[in-house]
Design a protein around this ligand. Structure first.
Ligand code: ADP
Ligand code: MG
Length: 568
C-alpha cells in the first residue's frame, strides 16, 4: 500500500508523550542520547544479520552515525546506515510501546505530574524523547536489503496520530529529522551538539560524525566544511582500558545498555583470560524494573563476540536469580553464528556464567561488607530492590549457597521495624551464651510474625528471632538447614528445645508442672482426638493461654496457608 496512511498511536504512547514532554523538559538534551542509542542499536542489528548475509551491506560497509542541523529549516537530523525499517516495522516500533512492563508502568501512574515524572525515568522513553524539543518528527527509513523504492516516511506531531507513506530512499538505514519547537534554537549549534554527544554518547562504538567547522581567515567567520569529523572516541567502551574510562562514561554506558535513566548502584569491568577469554562489564541497577517478576523476561546481558553484537537478553550467561544484572559480555571464543540453542550447550558459556556469577557476588559482598556508610547504604538499596530475587539463589545455586547466605538480610526482634537489615553474621554475634540455634518466625506479614505468641518465651529470655515474611522465604528455608554449623530452627515447630538456655531450676519446675497437669492434658487429648495429634504443656508462652505448633517434620502453618491459597 504505497498511499499515505494516517494511523493512531496506541493509547499508552499518547499518555507517554504527554507525560514526557512535561516531566523531562528540564533534562531535554537527552533526546540526542536516545536517538544516537537507537542508531547504534540499528547498526548492531545490521552487523549481526550480515554475518550470514553480507549483501545487506550494499557496498556501504562502514557503519556510522551522522548528526547535522539546518538553521534555516530549524531541523536536527540523526542519520544512520544501520538495519532500517520496513513500513510495518515503522508502524509497529514507532506507534506502539513493545517494552515488557508497559502495563505495570501505566498502572502505576497516579495522574500527579510530580510523582509520575519520577517514574518515567525508570521506564525509559527512547524515540519519543525527540518530542521534548520537536513539534514534528519525520523518519525516513529503508530496511537493509530492500529496493530503493521501498523507503518509508513516518511523520508525527506527537499528538494522537502519525502518517506513513512510501518514498524512494537510495541509502539504507534511517534519518530521524526533528523539527524544533519554538524557542529550542540553542540546539542549532555545532558546539552545543558536539558537547552533548561527548557528554552522553562517547561510549558508542561507532563513529558519530558531524560536519567540520573552521575559522575562515578571509571571510573572518566560522564556516562549515563538507568534510566530516568524528566527535566521539568510537571504540567499544568495554574494550577500553579501565583507567581510561571515567565514572560518568561508565554511567552513560549503563543507561545505553539498560534503558534505565537512573545511575547504576555499582559495576564491575574485567578482562578474563584462562579457560575462556572474555570481557565482562556488569552493572547492578539501583531500582527494580517493572517487570522483575515477569516470568517470560530474559536476562539483561548483551552478548558480543569479538565486538560484534550477537544478541540481547542472553539469559544463559547469568543464572536466573541474578536476572537484574545488566551489561555486556564479549567473548573471544564463541563462534559468530552462535544461537540461543548453541549457548545452552556451550562449555564456554558455562565457564562465563560461573565467572560472571562470582563477579556479581563479589560486587555485592564489597558493598555489604564495606565500612563506608555510603556503600552500606547502597547494599540496603540493593537489598530492598532485589533481595527477594537473590533469595532464589539459595535453591538455584548450590555452589555459591554459602556466599549468598551471608548476603541475606532479615527483619528481626532485635529492632522494631520491618526493615531487613540483619545478616546471619549479625545474628550470630548477638547469640546468647549456650544458644546453639538460629531462631526464626515466619508469617504473612511483619506484624503477624512479630506478634506471634511463639515469640513470647524468646522475648522473655532476650533471644533474638529473625522475622521472615517474604513470599519466597518458606521456599528458601527448605534449602537452608544451617548457617556455619548453626541449625536454623522455627519458633513454631516441634518441641522447642532451648537446650542450655534453660537452667536446672527451670527444668525441675517444668517437670513438676507437667506431672501436676497430666490428667487434664489426657482429657484434652481425648476431646481433641480428631483435631490435634498431640496436646502438651508448654513453657514457651508467657501471655497467651495456648498455641498451635507444627510437628518437626511437618509443613509450617504459614506454608500450609500459602499452599491452600495457591489451590494445592
Ligand atoms: P528501545 O530503543 O528501548 O527499543 P525506542 O523508543 O528508543 O525503544 O525505539 C523503539 C524501536 O524503534 C526500537 O526498538 C527499534 O525497533 C525502532 N527504531 C528506533 N530508531 C531506529 C533506527 N534509527 N533504526 C532502526 N530502528 C529504529
Ligand atoms: Mg532506544
Amino acid at each position: 500500500n504505497p498511499e499515505k496512511q494516517t494511523l493512531g498511536f496506541q493509547a499508552e504512547v499518547k499518555q507517554l508523550l504527554q507525560l514526557m514532554i512535561h516531566s523531562l523538559y528540564s533534562n531535554k538534551e537527552i533526546f540526542l542520547r536516545e536517538l544516537i542509542s537507537n542508531a547504534s542499536d540499528a547498526a548492531d542489528k545490521l552487523r549481526f544479520e550480515a554475518i550470514d548475509n553480507s549483501a545487506l551491506f550494499e557496498n556501504d560497509p562502514d557503519l556510522k552515525i551522522k548528526v547535522s542541523f539546518d538553521k534555516e529549516k530549524r531541523t536536527i537530523t540523526i542519520s544512520d546506515n544501520g538495519i532500517g525499517m520496513t513500513r510495518e516495522d515503522a508502524i509497529e516500533h514507532l506507534g506502539t510501546i513493545a517494552k515488557s512492563g508497559t502495563k505495570e508502568f501505566f498502572s502505576r501512574l497516579s495522574g500527579d505530574q510530580q510523582k509520575d515524572a519520577a517514574l518515567i525515568g525508570q521506564f525509559g522513553v527512547g524515540f519519543y524523547s525527540g518530542f521534548i524539543i520537536a513539534d514534528r518528527i519525520t523518519v525516513e527509513t529503508r530496511r537493509a536489503g530492500t529496493a530503493a523504492s521501498e523507503g518509508v516516511r513516518w511523520e508525527s506531531e506527537g499528538a494522537g496520530d502519525f502518517t506513513v507513506e512510501a518514498i524512494d530512499k537510495p541509502t539504507r538505514g534511517s534519518d530521524v529529522i526533528l523539527h524544533l519547537r519554538e524557542g529550542e534554537d540553542e540546539f542549532l549549534s555545532s558546539w552545543k551538539l558536539k558537547s552533548i554527544i561527548r557528554k552522553y554518547s562517547d561510549h558508542i562504538s561507532l563513529p558519530i560524525m558531524m560536519a567540520k567547522e573552521e575559522w575562515d581567515e578571509e571571510k573572518k567567520e566560522t564556516v562549515t566544511r563538507d568534510e566530516l569529523e568524528t566527535i566521539n572516541q568510537a571504540s567499544a567502551l568495554w574494550a577500553r582500558n579501565r583507567n581510561d574510562i571515567t565514572p560518568e562514561q561508565y554511567n552513560e554506558f549503563y543507561k545505553h545498555v539498560s534503558h534505565d535513566f537512573g545511575e547504576p548502584l555499582t559495576y564491575t569491568h574485567n578482562r578474563v583470560e584462562g579457560r575462556s577469554e572474555y570481557t565482562q562489564l556488569l552493572y547492578i541497577p539501583a531500582q527494580a524494573p517493572f517487570d522483575l517478576w515477569d516470568r517470560n523476561k530474559r536476562g539483561g546481558i548483551k552478548l558480543y563476540v569479538k565486538r560484534v553484537f550477537i544478541m540481547d537478553d542472553a539469559e544463559q550467561l547469568m543464572p536466573v536469580y541474578l536476572r537484574f544484572v545488566k551489561g555486556v559480555i564479549d567473548s573471544a571464543d564463541l563462534p559468530l553464528n552462535v544461537s540461543r540453542e548453541i549457548l545452552q550447550e556451550s562449555r564456554d558459556v558455562k565457564v562465563i556464567r560461573e565467572g560472571s556469577t562470582k563477579r556479581v557476588l563479589g560486587m555485592l559482598e564489597e558493598l555489604a561488607n564495606a565500612d563506608e556508610q555510603e556503600k552500606k547504604d547502597k547494599y540496603l538499596t540493593f537489598w530492598n530492590a532485589f533481595g527477594q530475587v537473590l533469595k532464589e539463589g539459595m535453591g538455584e545455586d548450590a555452589t555459591n549457597k554459602e556466599r549468598i547466605a551471608k548476603l541475606l538480610r532479615f527483619a528481626s526482634t532485635n529492632g522494631d521495624s520491618d526493615a531487613q537489615t540483619v545478616s546471619f553474621d549479625d545474628y550470630v554475634s548477638r547469640m546468647k551464651e549456650g544458644q546453639t540455634k538460629i531462631f526464626y518466625a515466619t508469617g504473612e506479614s511483619y506484624n503477624a510474625a512479630k506478634n506471634s505468641p511463639h515469640l513470647e518465651i524468646f522475648r522473655k529470655k532476650g533471644i533474638e528471632v529473625l522475622l521472615l515474611t517474604d513470599r519466597v522465604d518458606e521456599w528458601m528455608l527448605s534449602y537452608l538447614e544451617e548457617f556455619e554449623g548453626k541449625e536454623l530452627a522455627s519458633v513454631a515447630k516441634g518441641d522447642l528445645d532451648l537446650g542450655q538456655l534453660e537452667d536446672e531450676a527451670e527444668k525441675k519446675q517444668h517437670q513438676e508442672t507437667e506431672e501436676q497437669y497430666k490428667e487434664l492434658v489426657g482429657k484434652m487429648q481425648t476431646a481433641l482426638a480428631d483435631k490435634a495429634k498431640e496436646v502438651r504443656i508448654t513453657f514457651r508462652l508467657t501471655d497467651s493461654p495456648a498455641c498451635l505448633v507444627a510437628d518437626e517434620n511437618e509443613l509450617s502453618g504459614n506454608l500450609l496457608r500459602m499452599l491452600k491459597a495457591a489451590g494445592q
